[in-house]
Design a protein around this ligand. Structure first.
Ligand code: ZN
Length: 198
C-alpha cells in the first residue's frame, strides 16, 4: 500500500535520485518543500533553472562559470605557466580553498573509465593539449587516486611527455578512491608539495 499520494512519491523519488540524498532525507525534503509557501518554491525553481541555463564552461580551463573566461583564468596575478589538471570543478574548489596554489587549472570533467565506456575523447583533453602549445612550465596531475584517476593520470602523462613539458603527479597521501573534495586542506597541500615527476 502506498503511504503517500502519487505526487509526493514522485517528488521523493526524484530527490532520492540526487547524489548524497538517501530515502529518509528525500522524504524530509519533500515534506519541507510541500509545506513551503508557493512563492518560495517558485523562487527555488527559478534559481535552479537560472543556474542550469546560464552556467557554461570556461573557454580556457573548462570549469563551470557564468563568464566566457573564469575569474582564475582571467587573473593576471596567477602563474599561468603551471596548470593543475583536476577531474571536476569540485576538486578545483577544494584546492582553491586552501589558498596556497597560485597556478591555474584544467578541468577534465570526468576520468577515463573503460568499464563505463568513458574514453580519452570523452573528457576535456583536446582543450588541454591546445593550452600546452602556449608557454607552460609544468602540468600537475591531480586526478583522484581511484583506478579511473590513475588510468587518466598515466594516459595524460604519456600524452604530454613528447612535448618536453614537466609532468608531475600529486603524492598519494590522498586515500585510495577518495574524492579530493572530501579531503582536508593539510592533506591536499601535503599531496601537492610532495608531487613527483612522472
Ligand atoms: Zn578558466
Amino acid at each position: 500500500m502506498d503511504l503517500y499520494s502519487g505526487y509526493i512519491n514522485k517528488l521523493i523519488e526524484e530527490l532520492a535520485a540526487l547524489p548524497g540524498i538517501g530515502n529518509k532525507s528525500a522524504q524530509r525534503l519533500a515534506f519541507y518543500l510541500i509545506n513551503m509557501p508557493s512563492d518560495r518554491v517558485r523562487h527555488l525553481t527559478k534559481v535552479i533553472m537560472d543556474a542550469k541555463e546560464n552556467v557554461k564552461h570556461c573557454k580556457i580551463c573548462c570549469t563551470m562559470t557564468d563568464q566566457e573566461i573564469c575569474p582564475i583564468c582571467a587573473n593576471k596575478a596567477r602563474n599561468h605557466k603551471q596548470i593543475m589538471v583536476v577531474e571536476n570543478s569540485r576538486d578545483q574548489a577544494a584546492y582553491e580553498k586552501t589558498g596556497k596554489y597560485d597556478g591555474v587549472y584544467h578541468v577534465l570533467n570526468g576520468s577515463i573509465s573503460p568499464l563505463l565506456g568513458i574514453g580519452p575523447g570523452d573528457i576535456n583533453l583536446k582543450e588541454l593539449m591546445v593550452r600546452l602549445e602556449g608557454d607552460v612550465d609544468e602540468v600537475i596531475i591531480a586526478t583522484n587516486s581511484s583506478l579511473e584517476g590513475e588510468t587518466t593520470a598515466m594516459y595524460i602523462s604519456k600524452l604530454i611527455k613528447p612535448t618536453g613539458i614537466k609532468v608531475t603527479r600529486i603524492a598519494s597521501g590522498v586515500p585510495v578512491g577518495g574524492d579530493l573534495e572530501n579531503i582536508d586542506e593539510v592533506t591536499l597541500l601535503r599531496a601537492l608539495d610532495g608531487r613527483t615527476e612522472l
